[in-house]
Write a protein that binds this ligand. Structure first.
Ligand code: COA
Length: 157
């Protein structure tokens, strides 16, 4: 089966689907408030991508492009994608949904940074993500993992 990744629109249906995910939090709540207060249009763009099984959203991630001038993870500084909230609903795990979303992120051809959840390290190793260079500045409590497009190696000072 070929899995199709879709960019998710901000609307009440999407936000209802998001409630099934464990990492439902401030970001989703503020999207909901903005919709209710008509501060954003129904069906406006969201940073989320997802995969549907029938009409049910079963996997999602948020993808955000960070400009080089704000980069604190790569040397020399460059534009990269921040990948977060990757989650596959329990009954759909282990069927390739997570890999399909990560491959989609990789297809942009720029480095990716993520902060993995505990116990997901085997998955991220398989996705060829590696711990960020410890010489780089990092946030407290963060254990970022990064991925580089082929041919772009990490450079050292
Ligand atoms: N532990 C070890 N390996 C894992 C794994 C896990 N928890 N989840 C996936 N993998 C491996 C798969 O075996 C597969 O390897 P293969 O290609 O060699 O067969 C590869 O990673 C890709 O698997 P995929 O089917 O795409 O993973 P997924 O759709 O289940 O997505 C997560 C992976 C982690 C995003 C998803 O399972 C999830 O949202 N889990 C939520 C809970 C969580 O973080 N669990 C971590 C373990 S408790």
């Amino acid at each position: 089966m070929r899995l199709k990744v879709e960019k998710l629109k901000v609307n009440f249906k999407t936000l209802e689907e998001f409630k099934k995910f464990k990492e439902y939090g401030i970001q989703e709540l503020s999207m909901l408030e903005d919709l209710e207060a008509n501060m954003v249009d129904n069906d406006s763009e969201s940073p989320f991508y997802g995969i549907y099984f029938g009409d049910k959203l079963v996997a999602r991630m948020s993808l955000y492009q960070i400009e080089a001038k704000f980069d604190r993870y790569f040397y020399p500084p460059q534009s990269y994608l921040e990948l977060w909230k990757l989650e596959v609903l329990p009954e759909y795990q282990g069927k390739g949904y997570g890999r399909t979303l990560v491959d989609f992120a990789k297809s942009f051809g720029i480095p990716i940074k993520t902060n993995p959840r505990v116990k997901s390290s085997t998955f991220w190793e398989k996705m060829e993500f590696t711990p960020v260079d410890y010489e780089m500045e990092r946030d407290r409590g963060e254990n970022p993992l990064v991925w580089y497009p082929k041919g772009v190696e990490a450079q050292h000072h």
